[in-house]
Design a protein around this ligand. Structure first.
Ligand SMILES: N[C@@H](CCC(=O)N[C@@H](CS)C(=O)NCC(=O)O)C(=O)O
Length: 206
C-alpha cells in the first residue's frame, strides 16, 4: 500500500497505524499547499481532487480517502494488532471516538486555528468550542490509559490532532488527563518514531 501524506498532518495517524502493525508501506510526501508531490512536482489533484491527505493507494491500484475510513481499513488489514476491536459495542465506541475526533476536534477546532486564511471571527468561533470538547475528553480520559481498553486507531488519530496544540496555542494544562495522555502517547514507540521522522520532513519542507 502507498500512503500519500504531508508531514505532521492528519495522515500521521495512518503512519502510526502502519508502525503499530509493523507493516510495509510506501510513503509519498505531498505538498498540500501547492497540491503537488514533493519528489517530482506531479499533480496531487490527479490523485485526490480534494487536494487532501491522507490518501491510501490500495494493492488493487484504487485510492481510499477520508482519515477515518483509511484508518479503519488499515486496522482491518492487520487484525492481530487489535487496532480496531472486532465488533459489538467496543467497535462502535472506537467509531464514536473517530467521529468525535474528526468532526469536533480536527475540523471544528484545530483546522480553523491552523488556517492562515481563517478570519479572526472564525478563529474566535473555534476557540469558543475548545472548553466543552476538552472538558469532555478530560472526563473520559481520567483514570484511563487509552480511549478504549487498549491502544486503537482512535488513539493514533487523537494524538495526531493533539500534536497541533502548540501550533494553535491551545494550552492543555487545564485538562491534566488530556495533557498526561498526550505526553504518554508521545513516548509510545510507534508514535515517537512517526513523529520524529515527520518532524524532520516538516522542518525540511519549511
Ligand atoms: N475530510 C478529510 C480531511 C483531511 C484533511 O483535512 N487533510 C488536511 C491535512 S490534515 C489537508 O490535506 N489539507 C489541505 C487542504 O484541505 O487543502 C479527512 O478526514 O481525511
Amino acid at each position: 500500500m502507498q500512503l500519500y501524506f504531508a508531514p505532521l498532518a492528519c495522515s500521521l495517524a495512518t503512519r502510526i497505524a502502519f508502525y503499530e502493525a509493523d507493516a510495509k508501506a510506501e510513503y509519498i510526501q505531498v505538498d498540500t499547499k501547492r497540491k503537488v508531490l514533493t519528489k517530482d512536482n506531479a499533480d496531487f489533484n490527479a490523485v485526490n481532487p480534494l487536494g487532501q491527505v491522507p490518501v491510501l493507494r490500495l494493492d488493487d491500484g484504487s485510492t481510499l480517502t477520508e482519515n477515518t475510513a483509511v484508518l479503519q481499513y488499515v486496522a482491518e488489514c492487520f487484525p492481530q494488532t487489535r487496532l480496531m476491536p472486532a465488533g459489538g459495542p467496543a467497535q462502535a465506541r472506537v467509531r464514536q471516538w473517530l467521529g468525535f475526533i474528526g468532526t469536533e476536534l480536527h475540523k471544528a477546532v484545530y483546522v480553523p486555528l491552523l488556517d492562515s486564511k481563517a478570519s479572526d471571527a472564525v478563529k474566535a468561533y473555534s476557540r469558543d468550542k475548545i472548553k466543552l470538547r476538552l472538558d469532555f475528553l478530560q472526563s473520559q480520559l481520567a483514570g484511563r490509559q487509552y480511549l478504549a481498553d487498549h491502544f486503537t486507531i482512535a488513539d493514533a488519530y487523537l494524538t495526531t490532532i493533539l500534536n497541533w496544540s502548540r501550533a494553535t496555542s491551545i494550552d492543555l494544562s487545564p485538562w491534566p488527563a488530556v495533557a498526561d495522555y498526550y505526553a504518554r502517547m508521545l513516548k509510545r514507540p510507534s508514535i515517537a518514531k512517526a513523529v520524529s521522522e515527520e518532524y524532520e520532513l516538516y522542518m525540511k519542507e519549511k
